[in-house]
Design a protein around this ligand. Structure first.
Ligand code: SAH
Ligand code: SF4
Length: 384
């Protein structure tokens, strides 16, 4: 069986590379290496392509009207503008959209668009397929790491959502995807090189134009990379805290055994440019009888003292055979009140897209482990 698969892949012709997802420098090199453009003109040509790809979002070389017909034809023979294939697109009753994207045969990630009230909305992107960490409340954590996403694959998630929602060119005033959150599958700080590179592309003012202050990277607490994230990307920081003492956090977020709360807090305090206008978001999943007491709400307030913060209370989203229940609504509200009274904004995150399994922590691609039909059956059982 293995031998048959190996032979099949050896015989398959290499796919035509897509320019969508490349940096300016990669575009320039691709043009030179393909022998399509002289070196001294390559920078200018790359700039033209950049505008068509990331400002206009074109998927056809023929749309590039300031590129000569001959060059367009030559580009067509060597490259594509394809995005990875969307294998499943689901729209929730609340407008949330979930895309299951095939990055390579058997390698899939999920991307979720969460429209907000008003005109803004957030796109939740994945940085890895699976995750090496095993937070006990998270569905992604039950999927072993398949691999890191490349920068191009992260950018492609944004382009796919824009294609679907119809938001090109980037100057479109009715844009709904106004914010990007790295809160999909995976731990972004374990893939920081690609994450940082993707942010350079997404935030570029001549391209997709989603500013760095509108991009939030969420981490479960990879302490040695937190300051580096700020220095390299200038994005907003979110921390998945979920507990206020080490024994409980060790259990919920096992990475805490390596980087305990005190070290995590020190790294957060050192995050560049923190201010009241630029706060850290603390995510706190509400688990019934586990971390939702008023004493814990008070401990949370004490822990965050002196850090410009907002607290995002996330009602636990169940998944098949998950070992927790969501706290009662009254309990969540009482918890929020303690935090609010201490002067912190503490919105309770309304669960979005639960019916299509797109809510926080529910993402998990099968990547060949279980058939899609089996997964959908399990999901229907939980969504009830
Ligand atoms: N790995 C990163 C980013 C992805 S997780 C991190 O852990 O921060 C995005 C957010 O969803 C995190 O705050 C995570 O703790 C939360 N989450 C995970 N599983 C959840 C669940 N079942 N219900 C609610 N939130 C969950
Ligand atoms: Fe990985 Fe984040 Fe899920 Fe933890 S919460 S298992 S770090 S994706």
């Amino acid at each position: 069986m293995t031998i048959a698969l190996d032979l099949a892949s050896a015989n398959r012709p290499a796919p035509t590379p897509s320019l969508a997802g490349m940096t300016r420098e990669e575009l320039r090199s691709a043009l030179i290496d393909a022998g399509l453009v002289e070196e001294k003109k390559a920078k200018m040509r790359a700039e033209q392509l950049w505008r068509w790809i990331y400002h206009h979002g074109v998927t056809d070389f023929d749309a590039m009207t300031n590129v000569s017909k001959d060059l367009r034809a030559a580009l067509e023979t060597r490259f594509t503008l394809d995005r990875p294939r969307v294998v499943e697109r689901l729209v929730s009753v609340d407008g949330t959209r979930k895309y299951l994207i095939e990055l390579a045969p058997g390698v899939e990630c999920e991307t979720v668009f969460i429209p907000s009230v008003g005109r803004s909305g957030a796109l939740c992107v994945s940085s890895q397929v699976g995750c090496t960490l095993n937070c006990t409340f998270c569905h992604t954590g039950t999927q072993p790491l398949v691999r890191n996403l490349t920068a191009a694959e992260i950018v492609a998630q944004v382009m796919i959502a824009r294609d679907d929602i119809g938001e090109w060119p980037s100057t479109n005033e009715d844009r709904q995807i106004t914010n990007i959150v790295f809160m999909g599958m995976g731990e972004p700080l374990y893939n920081l090189d690609h994450v940082a590179k993707s942010i350079d592309i997404i935030s570029d003012g001549e391209g997709i134009q989603i500013g760095r202050r509108r991009i939030t990277v969420s981490t479960s607490g990879v302490v040695p990379k937190i300051v580096e994230l700020g220095e390299r990307t200038g994005t907003m920081l979110a921390i998945s805290l979920h507990a206020t003492n080490d024994p409980l956090r060790d259990e919920l977020v096992p990475l805490n055994k390596k980087y305990p709360i005190a070290e995590l807090m020190d790294a957060i305090r050192a995050y560049p440019d923190l201010s009241n206008a630029r706060r850290v978001t603390f995510e706190y999943v509400m688990l019934k009888g586990v971390n939702d007491s008023l004493a814990e709400a008070k401990a949370l307030v004490r822990l965050l003292k002196g850090i410009p913060s907002k607290i995002n209370l996330i009602p636990f989203n169940p998944w098949p055979n998950s070992p927790y229940e969501c706290s009662d609504w009254d309990t969540i509200e009482a918890f929020a009140e303690v935090v609010n009274r201490a002067g912190y904004a503490s919105p309770i995150r309304t669960p979005r897209g639960r019916d299509i399994f797109a809510a926080c922590g529910q993402l998990r691609s099968e990547s060949k482990k279980v058939s899609a039909a089996e997964r959908r059956k399990a999901e229907r059982a939980v969504a009830g």
